[in-house]
Design a protein around this ligand. Structure first.
Ligand code: HEM
Length: 183
């Protein structure tokens, strides 16, 4: 029984560490065309994504000094710190999407994001995976006609690449979880 659990953990670890294959030309076009529609409403979509993250995963709020104790959704929506982070997330994704054919640029953006979150904000990298799932959900809910299964799987690959690259930066800087963070 115990051995089985270890095997499962090991498998999960391997899955976690697997580098997603690069997006194909077709997948890049699917991501870029769908993003063009989403980015027209970047402010609203960004806030919707972050609200969903914090409502469904309230421990994700622990890193944000200005709203970590706020539970009321309307109040959360008005938080300047939340709105600013929504803007930063959307702008970073926009830069990635605009530079999908420039792997050096993609790598340098993700390196900056990884370093800031690991070293400055001490965010557990698991939240990048959680946020990626929330982004996929919100895109599907808000743009059901745009996010076909093919578009969804192209986005899944891009977000998996983001998580993989960010986690690689965490490993590079030797980030370790802190038992003191309670949420
Ligand atoms: C796609 C994923 C994400 C992107 C692109 C992103 C982007 C950014 C950027 C560009 C900044 C400013 C960087 C700096 O301080 O030098 C920032 C700050 C921050 N991020 Fe993220 N972020 C992401 C995910 C997350 C997640 C999952 C969390 C935690 C649950 C988080 C927590 C924070 C915090 C606490 C700050 C500082 C906020 C402040 O000073 O007001 N981020 N983020």
């Amino acid at each position: 029984m115990e051995r089985k659990q270890r095997e499962v953990d090991h498998l999960e670890l391997e899955l976690e560490l697997e580098r997603p294959s690069p997006l194909t030309d077709e997948e890049r076009v699917l991501v870029q065309d769908s993003w063009a529609q989403v980015f027209q409403n970047c402010e609203d979509v960004g806030v919707t994504i972050l609200i969903k993250l914090f409502v469904n995963f309230p421990t994700a709020k622990q890193y944000f000094r200005q709203f970590k104790h706020i539970e009321d959704v309307r109040e959360l929506e008005q938080s300047p710190q939340l709105r600013k982070h929504a803007q930063r997330v959307m702008n970073a994704i926009n830069t990635l999407v605009e530079n999908l054919d420039n792997s050096e640029k993609v790598a340098s953006v993700l390196k900056l994001v990884g370093k800031a979150h690991a070293l400055k904000h001490n965010v557990d990298p698991v939240y990048f995976k959680i946020l990626s799932g929330v982004i996929l959900e919100v895109l599907g809910e808000e743009y059901p006609d745009v996010v076909t299964p093919e578009v969804g799987s192209a986005w899944t690959k891009l977000l998996a690449t983001l998580c993989y690259s960010v986690k690689a930066v965490y490993d590079e800087v030797g980030w370790k979880p802190q038992s003191a963070s309670t949420g």
